[in-house]
Design a protein. Structure first.
Length: 173
């Protein structure tokens, strides 16, 4: 085993599996003569998934989630995990961080990791990034969604979606 003190037990799998900060997993079941490195499979939109077996029961878990839960505190209870360099199979601790959904989408957009058509690139868009920045400014200053919708000739639901970060989330003011 690569220096046993560098490996830490995986919550819920203690005594069977360990992980280190470089993203390596070992099976340390008592029945094995020596620890066995686990590779995992690329699955689930390009993420590595690890397969575990305890007492005849098998299950799988995302490698990046296990590593983040093991090594990175989450005091704000953020729900998602971001790969800082955008490489989904790079599960080193220094490449992972807890993040919310909006931050994760903004990171993906800024780094060209999204394959979706959004914003002005959508042929049906009535708005562009500059108009959305204006809308966000008006919302911040207390102007009603209905009045803003009238000004920009869009449905008030469009303004509410911008306000609630359900659309145009890549635009910041």
């Amino acid at each position: 085993m690569d220096n046993a003190e560098n490996y830490f037990p995986i919550k819920g799998l203690e005594g069977h599996y360990v992980v280190n900060k470089q993203g390596k997993f070992l099976c340390i079941k008592p029945c094995h003569k020596k620890p066995k490195e686990l590779k995992g499979t690329i699955f689930n939109y390009g993420y590595i998934v690890m397969h575990f077996s305890i007492n005849g029961r098998t299950f799988k878990k995302s490698a990046h989630r296990i590593i983040t839960q093991t090594f990175i505190p989450n005091p704000n209870n953020l729900p998602q995990i971001n790969h800082k360099n955008g490489i989904k199979i790079d599960n080193r601790v220094e490449n992972l961080e807890w993040i919310d959904g909006i931050g994760n989408m903004q990171h993906a957009y800024r780094n060209g990791l999204l394959n979706i058509v959004c914003g002005r690139n959508n042929g049906q868009a009535k708005l562009n990034e500059n108009k959305v920045r204006e809308i966000l400014y008006l919302l911040k200053n207390g102007i009603s969604s209905r009045k803003i919708a009238e000004k920009y000739l869009v449905n008030p639901a469009t303004i509410r979606d911008i306000k609630n970060k359900k659309s145009w989330i890549h635009v910041l003011i």
